[in-house]
Design a protein around this ligand. Structure first.
Ligand SMILES: [Zn+2]
Length: 244
């Protein structure tokens, strides 16, 4: 088990954890909350009725959520279908997403009092999820130049071998020079640096370079985390953020 704090200041609290069991999703709407969610709720001293987990689909859809969504996907049926990004201006509402190698992206505009959390797989990283998230945040008063971003633990470019079809998809979106920085070629194999792709997408939305940071943890390298590439199935890590 491994748990790290991503943000803990007067404004927000955010973390990334494998949990003890790595089970964060309920199979049926009537299933009880998982033990890991219950433990996290006790640790944060926030009731599960103030936690949200969307039904992720590896797409571009982002939802702005409020108190009325509390408990969705955690203690009641998931009413956020095929949503991979959550934005809120509500305090003490815990946004969460599950990931096992995909990238959790934490967004904070302290001035506008708006936060967000995204689940980015390779498709979303090349897609519109970051654009959509920034648009949702702007509607709540956020300004790109004020948005701080932390790119959380995910599979690193040393571990993430991909096929040519991935580069072909990225070539539709990124310029040739950008592609050179996103893909690494080693011994005839192709590797994808998700951090770099996401960084480029963030700056394209007007978020300054200096506002973006990334943690070095790799979910595949570090066996304390769950990793799809390393063979974990049905077990994931959880990323979460809340405004205090
Ligand atoms: Zn790695």
């Amino acid at each position: 088990m491994k748990e790290i704090t991503m943000i803990d200041n007067s404004f927000a609290l955010a973390g990334f954890t494998s949990g003890k069991e790595g089970i964060w999703s309920r199979n049926e709407p009537s299933d009880p909350p998982t033990n890991d969610y219950t433990a996290l709720s006790e640790k944060l001293e926030i009731p599960l009725s103030r936690f949200i987990r969307p039904y992720q689909a590896g797409g571009d859809k982002v939802g702005t959520v409020g108190a009325e969504h509390g408990g969705s996907g955690v203690i009641k049926g998931n009413d956020l279908k095929k949503v991979d990004g959550l934005i809120t201006a509500e305090r003490e509402l815990v946004l969460s997403i599950i990931a096992a190698d995909c990238v959790p992206v934490y967004l904070v505009d302290e001035k506008a009092e708006v936060i967000g959390l995204l689940h980015c797989g390779w498709r979303s990283a090349a897609g519109a999820i970051i654009h959509n998230a920034v648009e949702h945040m702007k509607k709540l008063g956020a300004v790109p130049s004020n948005i701080q971003v932390i790119i959380g633990p995910h599979i690193c470019a040393e571990c993430y071998e991909v096929g040519e079809e991935v580069r072909s998809e990225y070539a539709k979106v990124f310029a040739p020079k950008e592609l050179e920085s996103i893909f690494e070629q080693r011994e005839g194999r192709l590797y994808l640096a998700l951090t770099q792709a996401i960084h480029l997408k963030l700056t394209a939305e007007g978020i300054p370079d200096n506002n973006i940071s990334a943690v070095n943890d790799c979910t595949c390298h570090d066996t304390a985390y769950y990793s799809y590439r390393r063979g974990d199935r049905g077990k994931q890590n959880l990323a979460y953020i809340m405004m205090k």
